[in-house]
Design a protein around this ligand. Structure first.
Ligand code: FAD
Ligand code: SF4
Length: 502
Protein backbone atom coordinates (compact mmCIF):
# COMPACT_ATOMS: atom_id res chain seq x y z
CA UNK A 1 0.00 0.00 0.00
CA UNK A 2 1.23 3.49 -0.88
CA UNK A 3 -0.10 6.45 1.07
CA UNK A 4 -0.43 9.44 -1.18
CA UNK A 5 0.07 12.56 0.91
CA UNK A 6 -1.49 15.55 -0.83
CA UNK A 7 0.06 18.97 -0.31
CA UNK A 8 -2.61 20.11 2.15
CA UNK A 9 -2.74 16.84 4.11
CA UNK A 10 0.56 17.10 5.95
CA UNK A 11 -0.45 15.10 9.01
CA UNK A 12 1.11 12.17 10.76
CA UNK A 13 -1.21 12.43 13.77
CA UNK A 14 -4.47 11.62 11.93
CA UNK A 15 -5.55 10.25 8.58
CA UNK A 16 -3.91 7.35 6.72
CA UNK A 17 -0.41 8.01 8.07
CA UNK A 18 -1.53 7.75 11.69
CA UNK A 19 -2.11 4.04 11.26
CA UNK A 20 0.66 3.41 8.72
CA UNK A 21 3.61 1.11 9.23
CA UNK A 22 6.95 2.52 8.00
CA UNK A 23 8.28 -0.97 7.44
CA UNK A 24 5.54 -1.92 4.98
CA UNK A 25 3.80 1.27 3.78
CA UNK A 26 5.39 3.54 1.24
CA UNK A 27 4.60 7.27 0.95
CA UNK A 28 4.10 9.18 -2.28
CA UNK A 29 4.27 12.96 -2.45
CA UNK A 30 3.97 14.93 -5.67
CA UNK A 31 5.23 18.44 -6.14
CA UNK A 32 3.48 19.39 -9.38
CA UNK A 33 4.47 22.76 -10.76
CA UNK A 34 1.87 23.31 -13.50
CA UNK A 35 -0.84 24.31 -11.04
CA UNK A 36 1.42 27.07 -9.70
CA UNK A 37 1.61 28.56 -13.19
CA UNK A 38 -2.16 28.91 -13.62
CA UNK A 39 -2.24 32.28 -11.86
CA UNK A 40 0.33 34.74 -10.53
CA UNK A 41 0.04 33.28 -7.02
CA UNK A 42 1.40 35.16 -4.07
CA UNK A 43 5.04 34.28 -3.74
CA UNK A 44 4.60 33.41 -0.05
CA UNK A 45 1.70 31.10 -0.79
CA UNK A 46 3.84 28.98 -3.11
CA UNK A 47 6.80 29.07 -0.73
CA UNK A 48 4.54 28.04 2.14
CA UNK A 49 3.03 25.02 0.38
CA UNK A 50 6.26 23.76 -1.18
CA UNK A 51 8.41 24.39 1.92
CA UNK A 52 5.86 22.68 4.17
CA UNK A 53 5.74 19.66 1.82
CA UNK A 54 9.54 19.39 1.72
CA UNK A 55 9.84 19.64 5.49
CA UNK A 56 7.11 17.04 5.89
CA UNK A 57 8.94 14.70 3.49
CA UNK A 58 12.07 15.05 5.64
CA UNK A 59 10.11 14.45 8.82
CA UNK A 60 8.59 11.27 7.41
CA UNK A 61 12.02 10.03 6.36
CA UNK A 62 13.30 10.67 9.87
CA UNK A 63 10.37 8.62 11.15
CA UNK A 64 11.57 5.74 8.99
CA UNK A 65 9.15 6.00 6.05
CA UNK A 66 10.26 5.39 2.49
CA UNK A 67 9.08 8.56 0.74
CA UNK A 68 8.96 8.90 -3.02
CA UNK A 69 8.97 12.64 -3.55
CA UNK A 70 8.30 13.38 -7.19
CA UNK A 71 8.89 16.81 -8.69
CA UNK A 72 7.11 17.02 -12.04
CA UNK A 73 4.97 19.33 -14.12
CA UNK A 74 1.70 17.47 -13.50
CA UNK A 75 0.22 14.79 -11.26
CA UNK A 76 -0.14 12.67 -14.41
CA UNK A 77 3.62 12.76 -15.06
CA UNK A 78 4.39 11.77 -11.48
CA UNK A 79 1.84 8.96 -11.47
CA UNK A 80 3.21 7.61 -14.73
CA UNK A 81 6.67 7.36 -13.16
CA UNK A 82 5.18 5.87 -9.99
CA UNK A 83 3.25 3.15 -11.79
CA UNK A 84 6.21 2.37 -14.05
CA UNK A 85 8.12 1.60 -10.85
CA UNK A 86 5.20 -0.11 -9.06
CA UNK A 87 2.75 -1.51 -11.62
CA UNK A 88 -0.82 -1.90 -10.35
CA UNK A 89 0.00 -0.28 -6.98
CA UNK A 90 -2.79 0.46 -4.48
CA UNK A 91 -2.85 4.09 -3.30
CA UNK A 92 -4.74 5.64 -0.38
CA UNK A 93 -5.36 9.29 0.45
CA UNK A 94 -7.84 11.39 2.34
CA UNK A 95 -10.72 12.78 0.33
CA UNK A 96 -9.61 16.25 -0.82
CA UNK A 97 -12.11 18.92 0.28
CA UNK A 98 -12.07 20.78 -3.05
CA UNK A 99 -14.98 19.87 -5.31
CA UNK A 100 -14.36 17.13 -7.85
CA UNK A 101 -10.69 16.69 -6.85
CA UNK A 102 -11.22 13.17 -5.45
CA UNK A 103 -12.90 11.98 -8.67
CA UNK A 104 -10.17 13.52 -10.81
CA UNK A 105 -7.40 11.86 -8.80
CA UNK A 106 -9.14 8.49 -8.86
CA UNK A 107 -9.61 8.63 -12.64
CA UNK A 108 -5.98 9.60 -13.08
CA UNK A 109 -4.72 6.76 -10.91
CA UNK A 110 -6.96 4.24 -12.69
CA UNK A 111 -5.77 5.47 -16.08
CA UNK A 112 -2.28 4.41 -15.01
CA UNK A 113 -3.45 0.95 -13.96
CA UNK A 114 -3.66 1.54 -10.19
CA UNK A 115 -6.41 1.93 -7.62
CA UNK A 116 -7.10 4.79 -5.23
CA UNK A 117 -8.77 4.28 -1.89
CA UNK A 118 -10.37 7.57 -0.85
CA UNK A 119 -10.69 7.76 2.89
CA UNK A 120 -12.75 10.29 4.80
CA UNK A 121 -10.89 13.52 5.54
CA UNK A 122 -10.09 13.37 9.25
CA UNK A 123 -8.80 16.93 9.46
CA UNK A 124 -12.18 18.37 10.40
CA UNK A 125 -14.45 17.97 13.41
CA UNK A 126 -17.75 17.46 11.62
CA UNK A 127 -18.09 14.58 9.18
CA UNK A 128 -20.12 14.86 5.97
CA UNK A 129 -22.61 12.34 7.40
CA UNK A 130 -22.90 14.38 10.61
CA UNK A 131 -23.55 17.62 8.75
CA UNK A 132 -26.03 15.99 6.39
CA UNK A 133 -27.93 14.49 9.31
CA UNK A 134 -28.04 17.94 10.95
CA UNK A 135 -29.05 19.81 7.77
CA UNK A 136 -31.33 17.22 6.22
CA UNK A 137 -30.81 15.87 2.71
CA UNK A 138 -32.64 18.55 0.72
CA UNK A 139 -31.63 21.86 2.28
CA UNK A 140 -29.86 24.27 -0.05
CA UNK A 141 -29.35 27.13 2.37
CA UNK A 142 -27.79 26.76 5.78
CA UNK A 143 -27.61 28.89 8.91
CA UNK A 144 -24.40 29.18 10.86
CA UNK A 145 -25.82 30.01 14.27
CA UNK A 146 -27.90 26.88 14.50
CA UNK A 147 -25.03 24.72 13.14
CA UNK A 148 -22.64 26.23 15.70
CA UNK A 149 -24.96 25.53 18.62
CA UNK A 150 -25.41 21.99 17.40
CA UNK A 151 -21.61 21.56 17.19
CA UNK A 152 -21.20 22.90 20.70
CA UNK A 153 -23.67 20.32 21.95
CA UNK A 154 -22.10 17.54 19.86
CA UNK A 155 -18.57 18.22 21.11
CA UNK A 156 -19.41 19.44 24.61
CA UNK A 157 -16.96 22.35 24.27
CA UNK A 158 -17.89 25.16 26.68
CA UNK A 159 -21.09 23.37 27.60
CA UNK A 160 -22.74 22.99 30.96
CA UNK A 161 -24.97 19.98 30.33
CA UNK A 162 -27.18 21.04 27.45
CA UNK A 163 -26.65 24.77 28.02
CA UNK A 164 -23.75 27.02 27.05
CA UNK A 165 -21.25 27.91 29.77
CA UNK A 166 -21.99 31.45 30.97
CA UNK A 167 -25.62 31.22 29.86
CA UNK A 168 -25.00 32.76 26.40
CA UNK A 169 -24.10 31.20 23.06
CA UNK A 170 -22.64 34.35 21.72
CA UNK A 171 -20.59 37.26 23.06
CA UNK A 172 -20.47 39.16 19.77
CA UNK A 173 -21.44 42.39 21.48
CA UNK A 174 -18.31 42.14 23.67
CA UNK A 175 -16.16 41.38 20.61
CA UNK A 176 -16.64 44.67 18.81
CA UNK A 177 -14.56 47.03 20.93
CA UNK A 178 -12.09 49.45 19.44
CA UNK A 179 -8.69 49.72 21.17
CA UNK A 180 -7.59 52.98 22.74
CA UNK A 181 -4.57 54.63 21.05
CA UNK A 182 -2.27 53.55 23.90
CA UNK A 183 -3.27 49.87 23.65
CA UNK A 184 -0.20 47.83 22.64
CA UNK A 185 -0.99 44.77 20.52
CA UNK A 186 1.03 41.68 21.35
CA UNK A 187 3.74 40.63 18.88
CA UNK A 188 2.75 37.90 16.45
CA UNK A 189 4.76 34.69 16.43
CA UNK A 190 7.30 34.74 13.58
CA UNK A 191 9.66 32.14 12.19
CA UNK A 192 12.93 32.86 10.41
CA UNK A 193 13.18 30.77 7.24
CA UNK A 194 15.66 27.90 7.73
CA UNK A 195 17.95 26.71 4.94
CA UNK A 196 15.33 24.53 3.26
CA UNK A 197 12.66 27.23 3.41
CA UNK A 198 15.07 29.83 2.08
CA UNK A 199 16.09 27.57 -0.80
CA UNK A 200 12.40 26.99 -1.59
CA UNK A 201 11.70 30.71 -1.49
CA UNK A 202 14.53 31.41 -3.93
CA UNK A 203 13.40 28.57 -6.20
CA UNK A 204 9.82 29.91 -6.20
CA UNK A 205 11.04 33.37 -7.13
CA UNK A 206 13.23 32.01 -9.93
CA UNK A 207 10.66 29.56 -11.29
CA UNK A 208 7.22 31.18 -11.18
CA UNK A 209 5.59 34.41 -12.09
CA UNK A 210 4.33 35.52 -8.72
CA UNK A 211 2.45 38.40 -7.15
CA UNK A 212 3.29 39.99 -3.79
CA UNK A 213 6.46 40.22 -1.74
CA UNK A 214 8.52 37.12 -1.12
CA UNK A 215 9.75 38.48 2.22
CA UNK A 216 9.35 38.79 5.13
CA UNK A 217 8.43 35.10 5.06
CA UNK A 218 7.55 34.24 8.66
CA UNK A 219 4.87 31.52 8.43
CA UNK A 220 5.19 28.18 10.25
CA UNK A 221 6.16 25.43 7.80
CA UNK A 222 6.72 22.47 10.14
CA UNK A 223 4.64 20.70 12.74
CA UNK A 224 6.98 21.94 15.50
CA UNK A 225 6.64 25.53 14.35
CA UNK A 226 2.87 25.17 14.01
CA UNK A 227 2.64 23.90 17.60
CA UNK A 228 4.83 26.79 18.78
CA UNK A 229 2.58 29.24 16.94
CA UNK A 230 -0.46 27.61 18.54
CA UNK A 231 1.04 27.79 22.05
CA UNK A 232 2.11 31.37 21.53
CA UNK A 233 -1.41 32.29 20.49
CA UNK A 234 -3.11 30.50 23.38
CA UNK A 235 -0.82 32.05 25.98
CA UNK A 236 -0.16 35.52 24.61
CA UNK A 237 -3.03 36.45 22.34
CA UNK A 238 -6.14 34.42 23.14
CA UNK A 239 -6.81 36.33 26.38
CA UNK A 240 -6.90 39.54 24.29
CA UNK A 241 -8.45 38.03 21.13
CA UNK A 242 -12.11 38.65 21.95
CA UNK A 243 -12.69 42.37 22.37
CA UNK A 244 -10.68 43.58 19.35
CA UNK A 245 -11.60 40.85 16.85
CA UNK A 246 -13.27 43.30 14.48
CA UNK A 247 -10.92 46.25 14.88
CA UNK A 248 -8.71 47.47 12.00
CA UNK A 249 -5.76 49.55 13.05
CA UNK A 250 -2.91 51.21 11.26
CA UNK A 251 -0.31 50.19 13.84
CA UNK A 252 -0.95 46.43 13.73
CA UNK A 253 -1.40 44.20 10.68
CA UNK A 254 -2.32 41.20 12.82
CA UNK A 255 -4.31 42.61 15.73
CA UNK A 256 -4.67 39.80 18.25
CA UNK A 257 -5.63 37.28 15.53
CA UNK A 258 -4.40 33.70 15.60
CA UNK A 259 -2.58 33.66 12.23
CA UNK A 260 -3.12 29.91 12.31
CA UNK A 261 -5.25 29.36 9.20
CA UNK A 262 -2.19 28.66 6.98
CA UNK A 263 -0.99 25.85 9.28
CA UNK A 264 -4.52 24.52 9.85
CA UNK A 265 -5.35 24.41 6.16
CA UNK A 266 -2.11 22.54 5.37
CA UNK A 267 -2.96 19.89 7.96
CA UNK A 268 -0.03 20.77 10.23
CA UNK A 269 -2.53 21.30 13.05
CA UNK A 270 -5.85 19.61 13.73
CA UNK A 271 -8.67 21.96 14.80
CA UNK A 272 -9.08 19.91 17.97
CA UNK A 273 -5.52 20.85 18.88
CA UNK A 274 -6.56 24.49 18.98
CA UNK A 275 -9.91 24.13 20.66
CA UNK A 276 -8.91 21.91 23.55
CA UNK A 277 -6.13 24.15 24.88
CA UNK A 278 -8.35 27.19 24.35
CA UNK A 279 -11.10 25.65 26.48
CA UNK A 280 -8.48 24.60 29.05
CA UNK A 281 -7.19 28.19 29.18
CA UNK A 282 -10.72 29.33 30.02
CA UNK A 283 -11.13 26.67 32.70
CA UNK A 284 -7.80 27.62 34.24
CA UNK A 285 -8.86 31.27 34.36
CA UNK A 286 -6.17 32.29 31.85
CA UNK A 287 -8.51 33.55 29.13
CA UNK A 288 -11.95 35.18 29.44
CA UNK A 289 -15.09 33.50 28.18
CA UNK A 290 -15.78 36.06 25.42
CA UNK A 291 -12.35 35.44 23.89
CA UNK A 292 -12.54 31.66 24.08
CA UNK A 293 -16.12 31.54 22.82
CA UNK A 294 -15.20 33.94 19.99
CA UNK A 295 -12.35 31.68 18.97
CA UNK A 296 -14.48 28.53 19.21
CA UNK A 297 -17.12 30.18 17.03
CA UNK A 298 -14.51 30.72 14.28
CA UNK A 299 -13.05 27.22 14.26
CA UNK A 300 -15.82 24.94 15.51
CA UNK A 301 -18.46 27.07 13.83
CA UNK A 302 -17.42 28.99 10.74
CA UNK A 303 -14.55 26.85 9.47
CA UNK A 304 -16.54 23.61 9.68
CA UNK A 305 -19.66 25.30 8.39
CA UNK A 306 -18.14 26.79 5.24
CA UNK A 307 -16.49 23.50 4.39
CA UNK A 308 -19.85 21.69 4.36
CA UNK A 309 -21.83 24.49 2.76
CA UNK A 310 -19.25 24.37 -0.03
CA UNK A 311 -19.52 20.59 -0.29
CA UNK A 312 -23.31 20.76 -0.47
CA UNK A 313 -23.51 23.80 -2.77
CA UNK A 314 -20.95 22.94 -5.43
CA UNK A 315 -20.61 23.13 -8.36
CA UNK A 316 -23.27 25.88 -8.57
CA UNK A 317 -21.67 27.94 -5.81
CA UNK A 318 -18.48 28.64 -7.77
CA UNK A 319 -20.36 30.34 -10.60
CA UNK A 320 -23.26 31.83 -8.64
CA UNK A 321 -24.01 35.44 -9.42
CA UNK A 322 -27.36 36.20 -7.82
CA UNK A 323 -26.88 39.97 -8.07
CA UNK A 324 -25.69 39.77 -11.69
CA UNK A 325 -22.51 41.71 -10.94
CA UNK A 326 -20.32 41.99 -14.02
CA UNK A 327 -17.58 44.55 -13.48
CA UNK A 328 -13.88 43.86 -13.76
CA UNK A 329 -11.81 43.76 -10.62
CA UNK A 330 -10.38 47.28 -10.18
CA UNK A 331 -6.63 47.50 -10.69
CA UNK A 332 -6.20 48.80 -7.14
CA UNK A 333 -6.59 45.18 -5.95
CA UNK A 334 -3.33 44.43 -7.73
CA UNK A 335 -1.25 47.52 -7.09
CA UNK A 336 -2.87 49.14 -4.05
CA UNK A 337 -2.79 52.45 -5.95
CA UNK A 338 -5.70 54.44 -4.54
CA UNK A 339 -6.33 57.42 -2.32
CA UNK A 340 -8.77 55.31 -0.30
CA UNK A 341 -6.63 54.81 2.76
CA UNK A 342 -8.44 51.72 4.04
CA UNK A 343 -8.18 49.82 0.74
CA UNK A 344 -4.60 50.93 0.17
CA UNK A 345 -3.64 49.62 3.61
CA UNK A 346 -5.53 46.33 3.22
CA UNK A 347 -4.13 45.58 -0.26
CA UNK A 348 -0.64 46.59 0.89
CA UNK A 349 -0.84 44.07 3.73
CA UNK A 350 -1.91 41.30 1.39
CA UNK A 351 0.96 42.17 -0.97
CA UNK A 352 3.41 42.09 1.90
CA UNK A 353 2.36 38.84 3.62
CA UNK A 354 -0.54 37.19 1.78
CA UNK A 355 -2.67 37.85 4.83
CA UNK A 356 -5.36 40.17 6.08
CA UNK A 357 -7.67 39.46 8.96
CA UNK A 358 -11.33 38.58 8.61
CA UNK A 359 -12.81 42.07 8.82
CA UNK A 360 -10.37 43.47 6.26
CA UNK A 361 -11.34 40.63 3.92
CA UNK A 362 -15.06 41.01 4.53
CA UNK A 363 -15.80 44.63 5.29
CA UNK A 364 -13.14 46.28 3.13
CA UNK A 365 -12.08 44.15 0.19
CA UNK A 366 -15.29 42.17 -0.34
CA UNK A 367 -17.58 44.99 0.66
CA UNK A 368 -16.03 47.36 -1.87
CA UNK A 369 -16.26 44.71 -4.60
CA UNK A 370 -19.87 44.00 -3.64
CA UNK A 371 -20.90 47.67 -3.76
CA UNK A 372 -18.95 48.35 -6.93
CA UNK A 373 -20.40 45.25 -8.61
CA UNK A 374 -17.32 43.12 -9.30
CA UNK A 375 -18.02 39.85 -11.06
CA UNK A 376 -17.85 37.27 -8.21
CA UNK A 377 -15.53 34.77 -9.92
CA UNK A 378 -12.97 37.49 -10.62
CA UNK A 379 -12.95 38.39 -6.93
CA UNK A 380 -12.76 34.74 -5.90
CA UNK A 381 -9.77 34.24 -8.19
CA UNK A 382 -8.02 37.22 -6.64
CA UNK A 383 -8.58 35.94 -3.10
CA UNK A 384 -7.50 32.46 -4.17
CA UNK A 385 -4.16 33.54 -5.55
CA UNK A 386 -3.43 36.36 -3.11
CA UNK A 387 -3.83 34.75 0.34
CA UNK A 388 -1.51 32.23 1.94
CA UNK A 389 -4.41 30.29 3.48
CA UNK A 390 -6.59 30.15 0.35
CA UNK A 391 -7.93 26.85 -1.04
CA UNK A 392 -10.96 26.50 -3.24
CA UNK A 393 -13.08 24.84 -0.51
CA UNK A 394 -12.62 27.69 1.92
CA UNK A 395 -12.19 30.75 -0.28
CA UNK A 396 -15.22 30.08 -2.48
CA UNK A 397 -17.95 30.02 0.20
CA UNK A 398 -16.36 32.96 1.99
CA UNK A 399 -16.07 35.11 -1.13
CA UNK A 400 -19.05 34.05 -3.24
CA UNK A 401 -21.43 33.49 -0.34
CA UNK A 402 -20.39 35.71 2.54
CA UNK A 403 -18.33 38.32 0.72
CA UNK A 404 -20.47 39.34 -2.25
CA UNK A 405 -23.77 37.51 -1.63
CA UNK A 406 -23.70 35.93 -5.05
CA UNK A 407 -25.42 32.98 -3.40
CA UNK A 408 -27.67 32.87 -0.34
CA UNK A 409 -26.34 29.42 0.64
CA UNK A 410 -24.77 30.67 3.85
CA UNK A 411 -26.19 34.02 4.78
CA UNK A 412 -29.54 35.74 4.54
CA UNK A 413 -28.33 39.20 3.61
CA UNK A 414 -25.28 40.87 2.09
CA UNK A 415 -22.55 42.26 4.32
CA UNK A 416 -22.92 45.67 2.67
CA UNK A 417 -21.91 48.76 4.51
CA UNK A 418 -21.03 52.42 4.03
CA UNK A 419 -18.03 54.33 5.41
CA UNK A 420 -19.80 54.48 8.74
CA UNK A 421 -18.69 50.93 9.59
CA UNK A 422 -15.07 51.50 8.54
CA UNK A 423 -14.93 54.76 10.48
CA UNK A 424 -16.27 53.05 13.61
CA UNK A 425 -14.07 49.96 13.43
CA UNK A 426 -10.80 51.45 12.16
CA UNK A 427 -8.49 54.41 12.53
CA UNK A 428 -8.04 54.71 8.75
CA UNK A 429 -10.51 57.48 7.99
CA UNK A 430 -8.62 60.09 9.99
CA UNK A 431 -5.71 59.92 7.50
CA UNK A 432 -7.74 59.55 4.33
CA UNK A 433 -8.13 61.93 1.41
CA UNK A 434 -11.87 61.22 1.56
CA UNK A 435 -14.45 62.26 4.11
CA UNK A 436 -16.44 59.38 5.65
CA UNK A 437 -19.28 61.74 6.55
CA UNK A 438 -19.95 62.95 3.01
CA UNK A 439 -21.89 61.06 0.37
CA UNK A 440 -21.63 63.39 -2.60
CA UNK A 441 -18.92 65.74 -3.82
CA UNK A 442 -15.28 65.19 -4.76
CA UNK A 443 -14.16 64.61 -1.17
CA UNK A 444 -16.95 62.18 -0.30
CA UNK A 445 -15.91 58.65 0.68
CA UNK A 446 -16.64 56.36 -2.29
CA UNK A 447 -18.15 53.72 0.01
CA UNK A 448 -21.12 56.01 0.75
CA UNK A 449 -22.47 56.76 -2.71
CA UNK A 450 -21.67 53.19 -3.84
CA UNK A 451 -23.64 51.87 -0.88
CA UNK A 452 -26.85 53.72 -1.75
CA UNK A 453 -26.37 52.98 -5.43
CA UNK A 454 -25.96 49.28 -4.60
CA UNK A 455 -29.23 49.29 -2.66
CA UNK A 456 -31.06 51.11 -5.43
CA UNK A 457 -29.70 48.86 -8.18
CA UNK A 458 -30.66 45.74 -6.24
CA UNK A 459 -33.98 46.91 -4.86
CA UNK A 460 -35.93 44.27 -6.76
CA UNK A 461 -33.74 41.48 -5.47
CA UNK A 462 -33.21 42.70 -1.90
CA UNK A 463 -36.03 45.14 -1.18
CA UNK A 464 -38.32 42.59 0.46
CA UNK A 465 -35.58 40.98 2.54
CA UNK A 466 -36.93 41.59 6.03
CA UNK A 467 -33.39 42.00 7.45
CA UNK A 468 -32.89 44.96 5.11
CA UNK A 469 -36.14 46.73 5.88
CA UNK A 470 -34.49 49.58 7.76
CA UNK A 471 -31.89 50.41 5.12
CA UNK A 472 -34.52 50.37 2.38
CA UNK A 473 -36.65 52.63 4.55
CA UNK A 474 -33.74 55.10 4.61
CA UNK A 475 -33.34 54.79 0.85
CA UNK A 476 -37.04 55.46 0.37
CA UNK A 477 -36.64 58.64 2.38
CA UNK A 478 -34.16 60.08 -0.12
CA UNK A 479 -35.81 62.36 -2.64
CA UNK A 480 -35.09 62.19 -6.35
CA UNK A 481 -32.61 65.11 -6.27
CA UNK A 482 -30.55 63.34 -3.62
CA UNK A 483 -30.66 60.07 -5.51
CA UNK A 484 -29.59 61.83 -8.67
CA UNK A 485 -26.63 63.43 -6.88
CA UNK A 486 -25.63 59.99 -5.61
CA UNK A 487 -25.83 58.53 -9.13
CA UNK A 488 -23.67 61.36 -10.37
CA UNK A 489 -21.08 60.74 -7.65
CA UNK A 490 -21.10 57.03 -8.53
CA UNK A 491 -20.41 57.97 -12.15
CA UNK A 492 -17.35 59.93 -11.03
CA UNK A 493 -16.20 57.03 -8.86
CA UNK A 494 -16.52 54.57 -11.73
CA UNK A 495 -14.60 56.95 -13.96
CA UNK A 496 -11.96 57.27 -11.21
CA UNK A 497 -11.62 53.48 -11.16
CA UNK A 498 -11.25 53.42 -14.95
CA UNK A 499 -8.63 56.17 -14.83
CA UNK A 500 -6.94 54.52 -11.84
CA UNK A 501 -7.17 57.81 -9.98
CA UNK A 502 -9.73 57.05 -7.27
P1 FAD B 1 -8.66 34.27 13.41
O1 FAD B 1 -9.44 35.50 13.22
O2 FAD B 1 -7.74 34.31 14.55
O3 FAD B 1 -9.68 33.06 13.50
C1 FAD B 1 -9.32 31.76 13.94
C2 FAD B 1 -9.53 30.70 12.91
O4 FAD B 1 -10.89 30.52 12.60
C3 FAD B 1 -8.85 30.93 11.58
O5 FAD B 1 -7.52 30.51 11.63
C4 FAD B 1 -9.67 30.09 10.63
O6 FAD B 1 -9.13 28.80 10.53
C5 FAD B 1 -11.03 30.00 11.28
N1 FAD B 1 -12.03 30.81 10.57
C6 FAD B 1 -12.61 31.94 11.02
N2 FAD B 1 -13.55 32.36 10.16
C7 FAD B 1 -13.54 31.49 9.15
C8 FAD B 1 -14.28 31.40 7.94
N3 FAD B 1 -15.23 32.29 7.63
N4 FAD B 1 -13.98 30.40 7.11
C9 FAD B 1 -13.02 29.48 7.41
N5 FAD B 1 -12.30 29.52 8.54
C10 FAD B 1 -12.57 30.51 9.40
N6 FAD B 1 -10.09 31.55 5.60
C11 FAD B 1 -9.20 30.68 5.12
O7 FAD B 1 -8.70 29.84 5.89
N7 FAD B 1 -8.84 30.67 3.80
C12 FAD B 1 -9.35 31.58 2.93
O8 FAD B 1 -9.01 31.55 1.75
C13 FAD B 1 -10.28 32.53 3.40
N8 FAD B 1 -10.80 33.46 2.56
C14 FAD B 1 -11.70 34.36 3.04
C15 FAD B 1 -12.26 35.29 2.16
C16 FAD B 1 -13.22 36.18 2.60
C17 FAD B 1 -13.84 37.15 1.64
C18 FAD B 1 -13.61 36.17 3.96
C19 FAD B 1 -14.65 37.11 4.46
C20 FAD B 1 -13.04 35.27 4.85
C21 FAD B 1 -12.09 34.35 4.41
N9 FAD B 1 -11.52 33.40 5.28
C22 FAD B 1 -10.63 32.49 4.79
C23 FAD B 1 -11.94 33.31 6.70
C24 FAD B 1 -11.09 34.15 7.68
O9 FAD B 1 -11.03 35.48 7.24
C25 FAD B 1 -9.69 33.58 7.84
O10 FAD B 1 -9.76 32.23 8.19
C26 FAD B 1 -8.94 34.29 8.95
O11 FAD B 1 -8.84 35.67 8.66
C27 FAD B 1 -7.56 33.66 9.11
O12 FAD B 1 -6.76 34.39 9.97
P2 FAD B 1 -6.46 33.97 11.47
O13 FAD B 1 -5.92 32.59 11.53
O14 FAD B 1 -5.62 35.05 12.05
O15 FAD B 1 -7.92 33.95 12.04
FE1 SF4 C 1 -11.90 54.19 3.62
FE2 SF4 C 1 -13.73 56.07 3.13
FE3 SF4 C 1 -12.58 55.90 5.52
FE4 SF4 C 1 -11.20 56.74 3.41
S1 SF4 C 1 -12.95 57.77 4.33
S2 SF4 C 1 -10.51 55.29 4.95
S3 SF4 C 1 -12.04 55.49 1.80
S4 SF4 C 1 -13.90 54.39 4.59
Amino acid sequence: MTIWVLGDQLALEYGPLAGADPTSDRVLMIEATDFARRYPYHSQKLTLVFAAMRHFRDRLRREGFEVEYRQTATFGDALEAHFDAHPGDRLACMEPPSHGAGDRLETLVESHGGTLERREHEGFLCSPAGFDAWAGPDADSFRHESFYRWMRRETGYLMDGNEPVGGEWNFDEDNRAFPRPEYAFSDPCRFEPDELTRATLEWVEATFETWGDSEPFEWPVTRTQALDARDHFIIERLPRFGPYQDAMVERSWAGEHALLSPALNLGLLHPRELLEPAVEAYKAGDAPLESVEGFLRQILGWREFVRHVYRRSMPELATANALEADRELPSLYWDGETKMHCLKTAVGRVQKRGYGHHIERLMLLSNFALLYGVEPQALNRWFHLAYVDAYHWVTTPNVIGMGVFASDALSTKPYASSANYVDRMSDYCADCAYDPDQTVGEQACPFNALYWDFLERNQERLGDNHRMGLVYYHLENKDEAEREAIRERVGTIREGIRQESL
